[in-house]
Design a protein around this ligand. Structure first.
Ligand code: ADQ
Length: 483
């Protein structure tokens, strides 16, 4: 068996340049954990961008970046700031991202961005082809690289190629509005197996292929004439044991070692005894429904005034894509909304919303997950949503209530959560009340079922499942060819 090549927009590395020296450390995101066993297999490699523009890395440090990345099994793709602007902030995040999340009004169709998208996909393809040998397996990730499977297939027809889409695939009626819809579908169909988080995304993709390219679809297989391409759903999991064990460790920690956030939480619980905590954690993105969540929380305080001074919303938002105008506007809107609700309801001892606009260290995340009574996760669209799964995994005493939007892919697996329509304020507000008053036995019953499911289908299992299916797909293809 050949090696595995993983390709994603970003490498699982953190590169810091300071005073003419650099530090390269692994970044431990969910994807990197899931793919660890494949990445560390034989001479497997990971290809992607470093996160820094070419111009940001001093010329004399470039060989060092290559060398350090290589020592961690990674090969960097060099992107200029113009490419980042047009390919990443442009076509990826102003065309594909909003369109695939049903934000038609935010979707830009810009021919220059499309050109950059094609060129940069070719750049990734060149980097892959240079390393690729027959018998290798390639796994491409996400919406920034939709053209990559076909570009690789063109040069290396015999290799095994898998593709996983981490965001929703929209319905045909939405997808068909894209001027470059055929090229995108043909790009994806260069793969042998296409993975989606849910069955619905898979069906949307297959229907688009059928309606736009007129290929026959047989259940989950596309007949391209010379090749069969399969599509299937693989709901991505989390590193369940890591979250579970960290929560257990956190609980057994002596009080003196608790973090600042924990001390603050304890203090506030002390000054207003019995205050319930609701958490909300996301990247600051318009798909996550953050503004509506704040409005719903304000409406909740109005509709159920007995909860004033007795509940607090802790809201973490990680800065994201700050170069894109919609994200800047959203930041402004959220700042104002938080100010308005706090201004309206706060008392001397109580601020209804604590808002943090930054990324939190892992320990603080665990603090928050374990200290809160309710997690309020209300995206208007979300491919999966791992925060919902992380929250459930950290509830070691099985209490806590998850309120989850039915528009998140995760809702398919977490049906024991309180599922809400993120556009239905009344339903969100009443679910918050129900969650705050839910008897402990009911919380435990619901969480235990979800925990069992999440433990079984962890991120490692997800990656293995995809790879096994990918290898079977090509095995079938090769066997048929020789019959
Ligand atoms: P994202 O849109 O980034 O991912 P999500 O799945 O929720 O969304 O993952 C976010 C990750 O960031 C979580 O692991 C969470 O712990 C972490 N995080 C969030 N806020 C944080 C904060 N303030 N500080 C530190 N960490 C924070 C995309 C898709 C999703 C899909 C994933 C994986 O949009 O739908 O679930 O990919 O496929």
């Amino acid at each position: 068996m050949g090696k595995t090549i993983i390709i994603s927009n970003r490498l699982p590395l953190q590169i810091n340049i300071s005073e003419n020296d650099l530090e390269v450390s692994p970044s431990v995101g969910g994807l990197a954990t899931g793919l660890k066993s494949f990445h560390q297999e034989g001479d497997s490699i990971w290809i992607g961008w470093t996160g820094l523009a070419s111009e940001e890395i001093p010329e004399n440090l470039k060989p060092k970046v290559l060398e350090k990345a290589k020592s961690q099994g990674c090969i960097p793709v060099d992107l200029t700031s113009e490419e980042i602007e047009k390919f990443y902030y442009g076509f990826s995040n102003r065309t594909i991202w909003p369109l695939f999340h049903y934000f038609m009004e935010y979707t830009e169709f810009d021919a220059e961005h499309w050109e950059a998208y094609k060129q940069v996909n070719q750049k990734y393809a060149d980097a892959v082809i240079e390393k690729l040998e027959d018998g290798d397996t390639v796994w491409v990730h996400d919406y920034q690289l939709l053209l990559l499977p076909a570009l690789i297939r063109k040069e290396k027809p015999k290799v095994t190629i898998g593709f996983f889409n981490h965001i929703p695939f929209p319905s045909y009626e939405v997808f068909r509005t894209l001027p470059w819809r055929e090229e995108i579908l043909r790009g994806m169909l260069g793969a042998d197996l296409l993975g989606f988080h849910t069955y619905d995304y898979e069906r949307h993709f297959l229907r688009s292929v059928n309606r736009i390219l007129h290929y026959d679809i047989n259940f989950n297989a596309v007949n391209k004439g010379n090749r069969i391409v399969k599509a299937d759903s693989f709901p991505m999991g989390i590193d369940y044991n890591k979250f579970r064990n960290s929560a257990l460790e956190h609980k057994s920690q002596p009080k003196s070692e608790t973090t600042d956030i924990q001390k603050k939480l304890d203090y506030h619980k002390y000054v207003s005894k019995g205050t319930k905590l609701i958490i909300s954690i996301d990247r600051l993105d318009y798909t996550k429904g953050i503004a509506n969540r704040i409005r719903a929380f304000g409406y909740f305080l109005e509709k159920y005034p007995e909860y004033q001074e007795n509940v607090r919303l802790i809201m973490l938002a990680v800065p994201s894509r700050t170069n894109v105008p919609q994200y800047q506007l959203l930041k402004k809107e959220i700042d104002e909304l938080v100010g308005r609700i706090n201004g309206k309801f706060a008392t001397v001892n109580w601020t209804p919303i604590w808002y943090f606009y930054r990324s939190m260290p892992f320990d603080n995340l665990i603090d928050l997950y374990t200290s809160s009574d309710v997690a309020l996760i209300t995206p208007v669209r979300d491919g999966m949503n791992l925060v919902a799964k992380e929250y459930i995994a950290t509830r070691t005493d099985n209490t806590g209530v998850l309120i989850l939007s039915e528009m998140a892919g995760a809702a398919q697996e977490l049906s024991e959560a309180l599922l809400i329509n993120p556009n239905n304020f009344e339903q969100i507000v009443d679910s918050i009340k129900y969650a705050l008053e839910m008897p402990e036995e009911e919380q435990i019953r619901r969480n235990k079922i979800m925990q069992k499911r999440l433990r079984r289908y962890s991120v490692e299992k997800w990656a293995k499942d995809f790879m096994t299916n990918l290898r079977e797909t090509t095995w079938t293809r090769k066997t048929f060819r020789t019959l």
